[in-house]
Design a protein around this ligand. Sequence first.
Ligand code: DI6
Ligand code: FE
Length: 401
Amino acid sequence: MSAPQVYTEATIATMHPDAEGYGLIERAALVTTGAKITWVGPMAALPAAYQSAQATSLEGRLVTPALIDCHTHIVHGGNRALEFEMRLQGASYEEVARAGGGIVSTVTSTRNTSEADLLKAALPRADALIAEGVSTIEVKSGYGLDHETELKMLRVARQLAQKRPLRISTTFLGAHAVPKGAKADSYIDEVCLPALRAAHAEGLVDMVDGFCEGIAFDVPQITRVFDAARALGLPVKLHAEQLSNIGGTQLAARYGALSADHVEYATEADARALAAAGTVAVLLPGAFYTLHETQSPPVQAFRDHAVPMALATDWNPGSSPLGSLLLAMNMGCTLFGLTPAEALAGVTRHAAQALGLSDAGTLEAGKRADLAIWDVATPAELSYGIGINPLHKRIFAGQAT
Ligand code: DI6
Ligand code: FE
């Protein structure tokens, strides 16, 4: 058993679910033992057993749970700067997609990039997130759209956690786009579902996702994917109601999904369904911003129905080349009207929930010792800065990294 490590003179945002806002404790201490938190509370209440332990004064710094980016596509080949230029000249995201650009162009690059090179390209993306105090990243497949490449992407995602002090949750997103020349229905049945079963058999899949949209797959098609996931015992999530409302959110709720993501076009009834299912609404302001969207997600309806809201980068080469979760927090506040407390919950407790992780996202005894220590005095400063990274130190599984 490793010796306890005591941190003192901290301001701690516990993000405890029963507390108001940040669950803030001033003049606080936190104790880690090995990879776990063993005590959190006011310094004045530090148990005698810890008073003689090795202590580090944090000199008034803020401690939060390490951040969690619960929706990314950081494993991919190539980039889409050309498409960025096209859209600036007036083409819409859907027009670009229909012209063979968009997701399908990243598919070509990803197929043509070796596993080693995909890893090489993904590592600096992971490093950029780590530098902001991120401990856990969800990574999706979905730029392969063939058996071999979908599995290759997921293998690379798994390797990230071997190359860096990082926790990776993998998501199979075979139902991301219809590959060129294929029919959606036969693609689902003949490519996507067999690839899902093979990836699962190789231990590569933690969750299953789909893109439920006019330019991708409809509700009956995603239903087949969800049924296959259920048969394998895998939890589901869904890109739903990003560009229109075609019933994805209700579908996600019917399957008890971990999350429904984007949800700009979700309605009050959709919010009610998410609440009843315990499904997290993952808000992705980077895509909203990049695509010049004007329809904001129904944040007030989510609040009214107590739908947990998470925030993520959606880091992908097309609709959200956003490599900063801190900036996603700022955008969540400025573009969607979240409070800074909602934004921080969105990248900690609710992000953990969106990944089905019950051992992270709050600072409580028994949880993983994944912490972010910040050179700020108040938690609102994390959302307030634009392009400012005040990270002092990241602790991953009890170790400073
Ligand atoms: N919605 C998104 O925002 C990303 N995927 C999706 O289904 C976009 C992916 C891309 O444009 O490459
Ligand atoms: Fe996405």
